[in-house]
Structure formats: structure tokens, C-alpha cells
Design a protein around this ligand. Structure first.
Ligand code: TXA
Ligand code: MG
Length: 321
């Protein structure tokens, strides 16, 4: 791949109009969403989507989420049954991705869908993402804007660190708010399943549907083929649910548990707030990795609410590879 000149621009009306044109012309633009930064391409154009896989060095079998500005645009691409519609109305725009049957004549390229007859759709809430989608006027396929296998970017400098010279443009919209990726819910036939825990907690989804929904499990790896076990990979080894800190370990703390320990340490949330912890997770993993520590001791994270998504990402980061 010949190197590109990657333009890093502050998101404003001029740069957004330009970014929309770059997307329509088949180029790659990284942009902020409320979860993590995404790497966008025109989802309807196979050659544009192919550039995403090349820039990320991502395996081809991994389908992408198509981003659109609102439910009306999503309904042109996918078929929404009662449950999917209820979830879309409750959580869009926001950190929820719905996997639904692709609409007849769905214009999203086979490559973005990895040949599946379903499609993953998301309406992001971030104002820069919203403005970009409206400027582009096409559905935008966007995985997280990192090299495949790396921790997802929550800051535009993470994007540039991974992808400078490999994409056309990066829009700076500041640090992302939610910090973990969207919750992926499949609504296929009568069955609703959470394929990936994320920014919308399972409890909130169950409240809207009025019944319990299965949490993500090992099987989900098959229906969400991108869910490779070691997807979120820092260089250091992670020791989860640590109750003490060993010599030479760095620390990813929660709720001030290890506040008195002498070590390179970041606390995801000194007050024990899971939303704050989610927003800090990937940046702190990158920062701890940069200390050169071989092992990061991770304090126990509660299972409820956003804790499910945080624990999921930590388990993937800890998986052997
Ligand atoms: O928050 C997010 O969701 C971010 C921002 C940029 O929107 N995007 C993101 O995309 O996390 P990515 O590519 O890292 O993850 C997409 C996931 C993968 O696990 C993929 O397998 C799954 O969505 N997926 C996509 N299409 C699918 C489909 N038709 N059926 C099941 N899973 C699907
Ligand atoms: Mg990713």
C-alpha cells in the first residue's frame, strides 16, 4: 500500500463538507462517535470498503457496521421487526448496533456485509458523526479506527498513531464519551440476542423489551465473526480480578482499591462509577502499555451495567495470542 498524506483536521463546517466529499469519492475518513473513533468509507462501494480492510490489516471475513443518520435511513437498508424498532426508538441515536435482515435490494456492498444476508446498523449520537453522515449522503461502513488487533481509539491521536499514512483524513472531535464500543443486538426472526456487550447495558435493553435477553456468550463468536478472542490487544499481559499487586506490576485500578500501592497506576474511576471507567478504559490501557510494564494487575470490576462491557474488553485483552 503506497503511503497517503493523512490530513488531521478539527471538525468544523468546512472540514465536514470536505470529509463528506472524500467519502463520496471512495476515500477513508476517521471520525469521532460517542463510543470510539470510527474509520469510515462509503458502504455501498466495494473498492472503498476494501481500503478499510487494507488500512486496518483486518481479516476479510469480518463484517462491518453501516452508520446512518436516523432510523428512516436505516429502514432503507434493513428490515425492522417489532423488537428492532422498539430498541431503535429507545436508543437511537446512541451506542447501540442492530443486526437485522438486509432489506431487498440493500445497496450496502457484499464486502461490508461479508456476504451475510443480515446487516449491522447504527445511528451514532456524536454531533460530528451526525454531521459527517449527513454531509456524505451515503451509508458509512466504519469499524473502530485502529490497526486490527489493537485497542480501540478514544482520541484522535490514537487514530494517528495507528493509521497515519494509511487513510485520507482524520477529524478531531475531542476524546470520546462512552469509551467502549456499541452494544450489538441481533433481531433476527423472533430471537433477540446480545452479540457484544457495549455502551447500552443489558438491563436497559431488557427494560425496553419487557423480558430477559441472553447475554453474549462463546457462541456469539460465530454470529459476530469479528469477536476474535484476542481482539483488544495491549502488549502487556493482563492479570484480571487482582486482589493484590505483585512486584514490577503496573496497575489498572477501580474505586481506589490499590490507591496505597507504589506502582505505575491508573484508576478507571476512583469513585467507582462504571460510566467513567468505560470512558477511560482504552486510553489507560494504552498509557499503561507505554510504561513498558510486562504485567498489568487489574482490579475487580463489578458485573452489572456497563461493567459487563468493560469486563468483556478486559477478557479479550487478557486472552492468550
Ligand atoms: O461503537 C462501535 O460499534 C464502533 C463505532 C466506530 O461505531 N464500531 C465498531 O465496529 O466497534 P467493529 O468493526 O470494531 O465491530 C463490528 C462488530 C464485529 O464484531 C462484527 O463481527 C459485527 O459487528 N457484525 C457486523 N455485521 C454483522 C452481522 N451481519 N451479523 C453479526 N455481527 C455483525
Ligand atoms: Mg474494533
Amino acid at each position: 500500500m503506497p503511503p497517503l498524506l493523512t490530513r488531521l483536521l478539527t471538525a468544523d463546517p468546512d472540514s465536514l463538507a470536505e470529509a463528506g466529499a472524500v467519502l463520496r469519492a471512495g476515500g477513508l475518513v476517521a471520525f469521532p462517535t460517542e463510543t470510539v473513533y470510527g474509520l469510515g468509507a462509503d458502504a455501498t462501494c466495494g473498492t472503498a470498503v476494501a481500503k478499510i480492510y487494507a488500512a486496518k490489516a483486518r481479516p476479510h471475513f469480518n463484517p462491518l457496521i453501516s452508520h446512518v443518520p436516523d432510523l428512516a435511513a436505516a429502514e432503507r437498508l434493513g428490515v425492522f421487526g417489532r423488537d428492532a424498532r422498539a430498541l431503535a426508538v429507545a436508543f437511537w441515536p446512541g451506542p447501540l448496533t442492530l443486526v437485522v435482515p438486509a432489506a431487498p435490494g440493500c445497496p450496502v456492498s457484499d464486502l461490508a456485509r461479508a456476504g451475510l444476508d443480515s446487516i449491522a446498523l447504527r445511528v451514532p449520537a456524536h454531533p460530528v458523526a451526525q454531521a459527517l453522515l449527513r454531509a456524505a449522503g451515503v451509508p458509512v461502513a466504519a469499524p473502530s479506527a485502529n490497526r486490527s488487533g489493537r485497542v480501540s481509539p478514544t482520541h484522535v491521536l490514537h487514530v494517528m498513531g495507528d493509521l497515519d499514512g494509511r487513510i485520507d483524513m482524520a477529524l478531531d472531535g475531542g476524546p470520546t464519551q462512552v469509551g467502549v464500543e456499541s452494544t450489538i443486538v441481533a433481531c433476527l426472526g423472533d430471537i433477540v440476542r446480545i452479540l457484544r456487550p457495549g455502551g447500552v447495558a443489558r438491563e436497559e435493553i431488557e427494560r425496553v423489551l419487557g423480558r430477559t435477553v441472553e447475554a453474549a456468550q462463546a457462541e456469539a463468536a460465530i454470529s459476530a465473526p469479528g469477536m476474535l478472542a484476542s481482539h483488544y490487544a495491549p502488549n502487556a499481559r493482563l492479570r484480571l480480578d487482582a486482589t493484590s499487586v505483585e512486584k514490577d506490576e503496573a496497575v489498572l485500578d477501580f474505586g481506589g482499591r490499590f490507591a496505597d500501592v507504589q506502582a505505575a497506576s491508573f484508576d478507571l474511576s476512583p469513585s467507582g462509577d462504571l460510566a467513567e471507567a468505560a470512558s477511560n478504559l482504552f486510553a489507560f490501557l494504552r498509557a499503561l502499555d507505554a510504561t513498558g510494564a510486562h504485567v498489568i494487575a487489574v482490579a475487580p470490576i463489578p458485573h452489572e451495567g456497563l461493567g459487563e462491557a468493560i469486563r468483556d474488553r478486559l477478557q479479550r485483552a487478557a486472552a492468550p495470542r
